[in-house]
Write a protein that binds this ligand. Structure first.
Ligand code: NAD
Ligand code: GLY
Length: 360
């Protein structure tokens, strides 16, 4: 079992990571001095797998539990579904002395977190992430929110949880593609923040692919610790936190161009990281060997590497879609060797595309 502190003054909290520790949820909530009713927000895929165990643990610790089961999918990360959460909270008469448990992947975590941030002007919440992506990324750092028809995550709040409980055994039921996609985000941390961790990943590919619990506890723990350090120094993303967007600039362009239907998020980020490494090399920030290692690790983790074909103009449009980018350029995250990074201002996104062989 690992414990990592996210040090944010009065908003500080611990992340506990273990294998088979879901049954400790109730005691953990007690230790956090949470009281009253626990509304457990989840979806209809996760409910039959883990809801009963989560509620049993909470009930054993003396909490009244109110399960809130939502439809599954990114398409439901929107205001109508958010209202279903509010409806359940109002119906169950949850007061300020109660709390929310987010039991699910990033969609549930973001949405339940935003409900917690806004219901009665804010009630506490605890994250119990059930996907690898949510265990290493979305459950830590306090970004909560929903999508708007005009764009992803446009409505939201920075709102930190009271605690994060990670049980890597919950990943046993995660579909392969979702699991591998989460590994893409794990590679990100090593590539730009921690060279020894990158080496650990290279040396433990087989154990990670086999979902070995000890390897996972280390990989998830290290990822969370690295994210915690970044969030501690830049909670509201005014500078350094942008490093977490390594691989995301081109990854988002790929997701936009393929209408979020062809690639999972971590797959698109993997493609974006390969391109970011090539761009970093062309700027003299890393060499052939580092580029090769990043590509080789992602390939061994069965992630896609190459940009799908779209005309230069479409990529350019996808990269400069918002007005801010059009006027002041974008911040592109490069890897400096392996384990370090450099934030580069790019005023002409077309140049990046040419380095990647698009429109060259
Ligand atoms: P997800 O929440 O949609 O989960 C993926 C799929 O796996 C779903 O069908 C889900 O029901 C299923 N699932 C979850 N846990 C399972 C388990 N243990 N066993 C079997 N099936 C399981 O996707 P995700 O990748 O976890 O999260 C993506 C979301 O996270 C996006 O909305 C993205 O915007 C958000 N996100 C937020 C942050 C942040 O900092 N808040 C960071 C990254 C991503
Ligand atoms: N996923 C990026 C962040 O939390 O800032």
């Amino acid at each position: 079992m690992e414990r990592i502190k996210v040090d944010l003054a009065e908003r500080s909290y611990d992340i506990t990571i273990g294998a088979g520790n879901l049954h400790t949820l109730g005691d953990r909530c007690k230790a956090l001095s949470l009281s009253g009713t626990a509304a457990v927000v989840t979806n209809r895929t996760i409910a039959p797998l883990y809801l009963e165990r989560a509620c049993a643990s909470l009930a054993a610790a003396g909490y009244r539990t109110v399960p809130v089961k939502l439809p599954d999918g990114e398409a439901f990360k929107e205001s109508g579904t958010l209202n279903l959460i509010y409806d359940s909270l109002v119906e169950a008469a949850l007061d300020r002395g109660s709390f929310i448990v987010a039991l699910g992947g990033g969609v549930i975590g973001d949405m339940a977190g935003f409900a917690a941030a806004t219901y009665l002007r804010g009630i506490p919440f605890v994250q119990v992430p059930t996907t690898l992506l949510s265990q290493v990324d979305s459950s830590v750092g306090g970004k909560t929110g929903i999508n708007h028809p005009k764009g992803k995550n446009l409505i939201g709040a920075f709102y930190q949880p009271k605690g994060v409980l990670i049980d890597v055994a919950l990943l046993d039921t995660l579909p392969d593609r979702e699991y591998l996609s989460g590994l893409g985000e794990v590679v990100k941390y090593g590539a730009v923040l921690d060279a020894p961790f990158f080496t650990f990943l290279e040396e433990n590919v087989d154990r990670l692919l086999a979902r070995d619990k000890d390897a996972l506890i280390h990989a998830v723990g290290r990822s969370c610790a690295l994210k915690a350090r970044v969030v501690e120094s830049d909670e509201r993303e005014s500078g350094l936190r942008a490093v977490l967007n390594y691989g995301h600039t081109l990854g988002h362009a790929v997701e936009t161009l393929t209408h979020y239907s062809r690639f999972l998020h971590g797959e698109a980020v993997a493609i974006g990281m390969v391109q970011a490494a090539r761009i970093s090399r062309s700027l003299g920030l890393c060499g052939d060997e580092e580029c090769r290692r990043i590509e080789a690790l992602l390939q061994k983790l069965r992630l896609p590497l190459e940009l799908p074909f779209f005309p230069f103009e479409e990529y350019e449009e996808a990269l400069s879609h918002d007005k801010k980018v059009r006027h002041s350029g974008l911040t592109f995250v490069c890897n400096k060797g392996i384990g370090d990074f450099s934030l580069e201002r790019v005023t002409d996104p077309g140049k990046l595309l040419k380095i990647c062989g698009i429109g060259a």
